[in-house]
Design a protein around this ligand. Structure first.
Ligand SMILES: *Cc1c(COP(=O)(O)O)cnc(C)c1O
Length: 357
C-alpha cells in the first residue's frame, strides 16, 4: 500500500545515540540538554530567534489564543486542519469564518474587514500546505483594527517569505512536529514570536506558569516536550536537505506528468521559498475526485482528502456558508509525497490519474 505520507525515520543508531544521552543524564523532561540543544539548532536552521518547543502543534495554538483572544471572536479560515478551529472553540472563543482565495487556498484577505465586529480580538489563519497567507495585507488590517494575528504554520517548516522565516510573521506563529509533518519529533510542535514580553508569557504558560520552582506568573498548562522526543528531532534535523530534495523530486515529477488541462494545482504566493510539504490537486467535480480515488485505491494507492470537510460545516462551529472553501474541500486530494517514493510508483500514480480524468 502506498499511503499519502510515510514518516521519515533516521538511521536507528543515530536515534539511539541521542537517546543514550538522555539515559546518561538520567533526565527525561523539563527542558533538559536535548531540548535546549534542539532549540538552538532550530534557531540556526530556521534563521529566527525566540522559539519554544512544545509537546504538539495544538497546545501552542491554545496558549496563543488564551493570551491574545481572551474569549472573543476570532477571524479564521474554514480551510485548514480541524485543530485550527477546535483550538478556538476549546478556548471559549467564537470562530468567525472568512472564505478562502480559490488559487492560493489561504484566507481571502479582501473579505476580512467585513467580518470584523467590536468583539473581534484576533485573526488566526493557516499557511495552507506551507503556502503563506498574504501576511502584508493581514498585518495592515490587524494594525488598523487593533487585532492580534496568530499564524497556524503547522505546514510551514522551513518556508521563507520575502527573505524571512515565515515564523517571524504575526504576533505568534505555531508549528507542528507531528510524525507526518516535514520535520518531526514523533509528537511535538513549537511557538515563535518576535516580541520579547510575549515570549516570556508564552514560556510561562507552557510550563504551568512557573517562575522558578516556588513562584508563579499566573495560570499555565503543560506544553513541554520530553528529551526522548527531542532525541528524534536531533536525529531528523541533519536530514533536512535530503528530505527537501527528495520531496522536490516528487513534486517536479507530478508537475511534469499530470494532465493540468483537466486538473488544477495550488498557486504558491510570489516571493516564497516553499517546502514541498504537500501535493494537492483539485478536480473539476467531487464525482471526478471519487472516481480517481477509487481507481487509485484499486491499485493500492491511498491519497487523502485533505482538508475535508470545510470547517464551517462541522456541527460545533455553526458557521455561515463558505462557497469557495466548501467547493475546494469537496474537490481536493493530496497525492502521495514522502522521502523514498519511487519513480515507478510516481509513473503509475500519474497514469492512473490521467487515464481517469
Ligand atoms: C498538524 C496540524 C495541526 C496540529 O498539530 P499537532 O502537532 O498534530 O497537534 C494544526 N494545524 C494544522 C494546519 C495541522 O496540519
Amino acid at each position: 500500500m502506498i499511503n499519502v505520507t510515510k514518516c521519515f525515520l533516521p538511521p536507528l543508531e543515530e536515534y539511539t545515540q541521542q537517546v543514550n544521552r538522555a539515559f546518561k543524564n538520567e533526565w527525561l523532561t523539563n527542558r533538559g540538554e536535548l531540548v535546549l540543544e534542539l532549540e538552538e539548532k532550530l534557531k540556526n536552521y530556521l534563521k529566527t530567534d525566540n522559539i519554544i518547543i512544545t509537546n504538539n502543534g495544538t497546545v501552542p495554538l491554545q496558549i496563543a489564543l488564551k493570551l491574545l483572544a481572551n474569549g472573543g471572536e476570532v477571524i479564521t479560515t474554514p480551510f485548514s486542519y480541524v485543530a485550527t478551529t477546535a483550538a478556538i472553540v476549546w478556548e471559549n472563543c467564537t470562530p468567525v469564518f472568512v472564505d478562502i482565495h480559490p488559487e492560493y487556498l489561504t484566507i481571502d484577505e479582501s473579505k476580512i474587514e467585513e467580518a470584523i465586529t467590536d468583539k473581534t480580538k484576533a485573526i488566526l489563519v493557516t499557511h495552507v500546505f506551507g503556502n503563506p497567507c498574504n501576511v502584508t495585507e493581514i498585518e495592515r488590517i490587524a494594525k488598523k483594527h487593533n487585532l492580534n494575528v496568530i499564524y497556524d504554520a503547522a505546514h510551514a517548516f522551513g518556508v521563507e517569505y520575502s527573505g524571512r522565516s515565515i515564523f517571524e510573521y504575526g504576533e505568534v506563529s505555531t508549528c507542528s512536529f507531528h510524525a507526518t509533518k516535514l520535520f518531526h519529533t514523533g509528537e511535538g510542535g513549537a511557538m515563535f514570536t518576535q516580541d520579547e514580553e510575549l515570549f516570556h508569557k508564552l514560556f510561562y504558560h507552557h510550563n504551568f506558569g512557573h517562575n522558578g520552582p516556588l513562584a508563579f506568573h499566573g495560570l499555565g498548562v503543560n506544553g513541554k516536550i520530553s528529551e526522548l522526543q527531542a532525541a528524534m528531532g536531533l536525529s531528523v534535523l541533519p536530514y533536512m536537505n535530503t528530505i527537501l530534495n527528495d520531496r522536490k523530486r516528487i513534486c517536479d515529477h507530478y508537475d511534469a506528468h499530470l494532465d493540468f488541462n483537466r486538473l488544477e494545482k495550488i498557486k504558491i504566493r510570489e516571493n516564497t521559498q516553499w517546502n514541498y510539504s504537500y501535493y494537492p490537486v483539485i478536480f473539476e467535480s467531487e464525482q471526478q475526485l471519487l472516481q480517481v480515488q477509487a481507481k487509485l485505491n484499486e491499485a493500492e494507492i491511498a491519497p487523502r482528502r485533505y482538508f475535508y470537510p470545510s470547517l464551517n460545516t462541522i456541527e460545533y462551529t455553526q458557521g455561515k456558508p463558505m462557497p469557495i472553501s466548501e467547493s475546494i474541500a469537496s474537490r481536493i486530494l493530496c497525492l502521495p509525497l514522502f522521502v523514498g517514493l519511487e519513480t515507478t510508483a510516481l509513473q503509475r500514480i500519474c497514469s492512473i490519474i490521467n487515464a481517469a480524468l
